[in-house]
Design a protein around this ligand. Structure first.
Ligand SMILES: Nc1ncnc2c1ncn2[C@@H]1O[C@H](COP(=O)(O)OP(=O)(O)OP(=O)(O)O)[C@@H](O)[C@H]1O
Length: 371
């Protein structure tokens, strides 16, 4: 088990980690997610003993490894590290890499076989694919019976297809070992699918740490909502447990009064309709699905994901409906409740052209009849 309490790290004048407290239970995988420079790697390196914090305590399996008075050096922490660049010894075979300083102990064969490396035990790293190298690195880490595994972007040097399968293999191996792990990534899907809990960091702070479903559905802030992907916000006002929005009422929780309701593309549906409540701004074919951006009366823009067979062109009038069967997360809005006037009419076709490269998360441009 890992316990971090009140961790602060500075590099010169730069504050890299601010007041981070977190706990990783026995056998638990916590993914740390956040934009570049938010302090993920620094947090991991503190636990490994590679960076000394300015304040805070770190305990691994009950032993204080960092505090005002204690510092346990990296080699005595029994943490296993898995990096993106594999860090294998090129002149040692797979079995020698895994058994480095252990010899052919039971753990070596167990993890070689478990990770499907039995046939490669006498190969050298240069003969292996990236995925195999990362399996070797993980086998080496687990064969040493660490108290804690620390993974820093373990999949970022691998191609997309391999990333998806290997993430599940690594997760399964960590669960088999029953060892707690922190897994740093900047990939939202990876963090949400692999973590028993997900910690979202921003500017050195842990903005939220919770189960993946909770972070996704009930983000602690608009930042978390947006960072976890594809967030749109509907202006609304609450009344008696429900929220009125430009596209109809929904259940919601969180802020009250004038709010912004979080909707993601799979919370919505659309159909061709005149006059409808929105105008298609752009559509993007994704293979199995299609993603639409729709401008609504009142000036908000939402994204809607449908089956790939649904076709609408930019400028088409549509009706967007809320199909989510969970309550929407509501955030305080800076609009005035009384100013909300989305009326009965749909948005007018948006005048600007859309080049099919939408980067917006929330449209702010006003269109149509809304204020
Ligand atoms: N050795 C260092 N010396 C000075 N500043 C550093 C050092 N390492 C990190 N920083 C700074 O500390 C902050 C946090 O960096 P850190 O590497 O922990 O972020 P990160 O979230 O892991 O980012 P990334 O996803 O890019 O790896 C950044 O502003 C970074 O520039």
């Amino acid at each position: 088990m890992l316990e971090i309490d009140g961790l602060n790290v500075t590099y010169g004048d730069e504050i890299a980690v601010q007041d981070v407290s977190l706990r990783v239970d026995e056998g638990e995988i916590v993914t740390l997610l956040g934009p570049t420079g938010c302090g993920k790697t620094t947090t991991l390196r503190v636990v490994a003993g590679l960076v000394r914090p300015s304040s805070g305590t770190v305990r691994i399996s009950g032993q204080t490894v960092n505090s005002d008075t204690a510092f346990v050096p990296p080699e005595q922490r029994r943490t296993g590290l898995v990096f993106q660049d594999f860090a294998l010894f090129p002149h040692l075979t797979v079995a020698e890499n895994v058994g480095f300083r252990l010899g052919r102990g039971a753990g070596v064969d167990h993890w070689l076989d478990w990770l499907g490396l039995g046939d490669q035990r006498d190969a050298y790293p240069e003969e292996l694919s990236g995925g195999q190298k990362q399996r070797v690195a993980l086998a080496r880490c687990l064969a040493h019976h660490p108290e804690m595994v620390l993974l820093d972007e373990p999949l970022s040097n691998l191609d997309a297809a391999l990333k998806d399968s290997l993430r599940w293999e690594i997760r399964a191996a960590l669960k088999e070992a029953g060892v707690p792990a922190i897994w740093v990534t900047h990939d939202q899907a990876e963090a949400l699918s692999i973590g028993d809990r997900v910690g979202v960091m921003r500017h050195g702070r842990l903005e939220q740490i919770a189960e993946p479903e909770t972070c996704f559905r009930d983000p602690a802030s608009r930042f978390v909502a947006e960072f976890l992907g594809e967030a749109s916000f509907l202006p609304g006002r609450t009344r008696e447990g429900s929220v009125a929005t430009p596209i109809g009422p929904a259940t919601g929780h969180g802020a009250e009064g004038a709010v912004e309701a979080l909707v993601r593309p799979d919370d919505l549906d659309l159909r061709a309709d005149e006059p409808g409540n929105g105008v298609v701004a752009w559509s993007r074919y994704e293979g199995a699905t299609r993603l639409f951006a729709v401008d609504l009366a009142g000036g908000s823009r939402v994204r809607v994901r449908t089956n790939h067979e649904v076709h609408h062109e930019p400028g088409d009038r549509v009706t967007v409906t809320i199909t989510a069967n969970h309550g929407l997360a509501l955030f305080p809005a800076d609009h005035d409740v009384e100013e909300l006037d989305w009326g009965e009419t749909a948005a007018e076709p948006t005048p600007e052209t859309h080049d099919g490269m939408p980067e917006d998360v929330v449209a702010t441009g006003h269109i149509g009849s809304g204020g």
